[in-house]
Design a protein around this ligand. Structure first.
Ligand code: ARG
Length: 467
């Protein structure tokens, strides 16, 4: 029996059950590109430092390039019984180039190798998610700009509260996704340090140069402490948290889209490309996309809590428990990338039903606060007194089956004679919305200001992304 390449003192062939439990190749094969990229940088450094010969380095470099091609063209299928992607690539390399392949693992352990591969994957995914977030923010801003005059009832407790415009509502989501974007960018910066060269846990006696590998792989610098580096999965937890937070925002939006699509609302219509039918009820048009985005948020939260729980009791340094770090991250990243793409497309093609939104503003006495504010401002009443007088006006409107904005001047004056004729205009919903001109408020001018500010921000980001 030929010895397994990473089992110097194990003499018996592993039980099939051990392999089923132990092998990570079925899922970590996703890291083949990062693994080969990392090995190339490591081999280059070894040759630069005179730890392996130039000749061996050239063989390794050529061998790894070929393996990459073999994997991408499907010749090398990564479905053998290798323990993981690292062993699979190293095994294939040695098969191809012989002894030179066996020198690749000098001054390296799978502990720093996996930390490197996984970090490269997380950093790349972080960038991809951030770019998609920018696209989504641009879509929100575009929808916002087109809808700054379209009124809808702003709500608290899901009850009609005050009139706002739909652009303003979209800018709320643009603001959330902007924070998400910034969170991904700052995680990228914080984690941009190279783990390779830490070896098993304590560094290595070989005269390596970690700066060389760090530069070659595009990191800012090597990590500080090897023991921490091989034990650390904070970068993986950060992307999981960032995705959870972002998906929580996406889920709240999804909830609103589902609600707004319901017959009782009909404030928006999702395009037929983004709705599904029912197998039995021919009339149905269901909002499956937002429902799935809302549902998948549960799963990504599970991935975050799962890895936090895996890590919480582990002594330093590497423990095999840490192999459980990957599937949840792969799943959350896949979900985030797909979710952001589908959300962007669906939002861009959604129809805003202006008439329905504005008709809803006539329910719920949305401008009641304006009457109270008027009494404070014009009649010098304490707010609490003004609040109670306004309550009486609301009761009168209810009794008459009207909205407060539809009460006549004499109706209003029958409640309190300090109410002047200028109030009638103030109680109009549009006037009420546009009166909220305080910074960050819903008035159309203020919403446009927010739109302008995010447009300028987006321009700045796309410039830095292109650099
Ligand atoms: N497949 C392993 C993982 O994903 C690679 C690291 C193995 N290291 C070790 N010392 N067994 O964590």
């Amino acid at each position: 029996m030929s010895k397994k390449i990473a089992s110097a003192r194990i003499s018996e062939k592993s039980s099939q059950l051990l392999q089923d439990l132990n092998n990570s190749l079925p899922f970590d094969k996703l890291l083949y590109h990062e693994d080969i990229e990392g090995s190339r940088a490591h081999a280059y450094m070894l040759s630069q430092q005179g730890i392996i010969s130039q000749e061996d380095y050239m063989k390794i470099e050529t061998g790894l390039t070929e393996i990459l091609e073999e994997i991408e063209s499907g010749i090398f299928t990564l479905d053998g019984d290798d323990e993981d992607i690292h062993m699979a690539v190293e095994g294939r390399l040695t098969q191809k180039i012989g002894d030179a392949g066996k020198r690749l693992h000098t001054a390296r352990s799978r502990n720093d190798q996996v930390a490197l591969d996984f970090r490269l994957y997380v950093q790349k995914s972080t960038k991809n998610i951030a770019l998609l977030l920018l696209e989504n923010i641009a879509t929100f801003v575009k929808i916002a700009e087109a809808n700054v005059e379209v009124m809808l009832p702003g709500m608290t407790h899901l009850q009609h509260a005050q009139p706002i415009n739909f652009g303003y509502h979209m800018m709320a989501y643009a603001s959330m996704f902007k924070r998400d974007y910034e969170r991904f960018v700052s995680s990228h910066e914080r984690n941009n340090f190279s783990p390779i060269g830490c070896a098993a846990l304590a560094g290595t006696p070989h005269p390596i140069n970690r700066q060389i590998t760090s530069d070659k792989l595009g990191f800012s610098a090597p990590t500080l402490n090897c023991l921490d580096t091989v034990s650390d999965r904070d970068f993986a937890l950060e992307i999981l948290f960032n995705i959870s937070m972002m998906m929580m925002h996406m889920s709240r939006l999804s909830e609103e889209l589902i609600l707004w699509s319901a017959s009782e609302f009909r404030w928006i219509t999702l395009s037929d490309r983004h709705a599904t039918g029912s197998s039995i009820m021919p009339q149905k048009k269901n909002p499956d996309i937002p429902e799935l985005l809302r549902g998948k948020t549960g799963r990504v939260n599970g991935n975050l809590v799962g890895l936090l729980t895996v890590m919480k009791g582990l002594p330093l340094a590497y423990n095999k428990d840490m192999q459980e770090d990957k599937e949840g991250v792969f799943d959350s990243v896949r979900t985030a990338l797909l979710g952001l793409q589908v959300l962007n497309e669906m939002m861009a093609e959604m129809t805003v039903n202006k008439e329905r939104m504005e008709a809803a503003c006539m329910i719920g006495h949305l401008s009641a606060t304006d009457l109270a504010d008027y009494l404070v401002r014009e009649a010098g009443l304490p707010f609490r007194d003004a609040y109670h007088i306004t309550g009486n006006a609301v009761n009168l409107a209810e009794a008459k089956g009207l909205d407060i904005s539809e009460l006549s001047l004499s109706d209003l004056q029958s409640i309190d004679e300090r109410i002047g004729e200028d109030v009638v205009m103030l109680l109009d919903n549009r006037a009420s919305m546009n009166a909220r001109q305080s910074e960050g408020g819903t008035a159309t001018v203020r919403t446009l200001e927010q739109v302008g500010s995010l447009k300028a921000w987006l321009l700045k980001q796309s410039r830095t992304c292109r650099q």
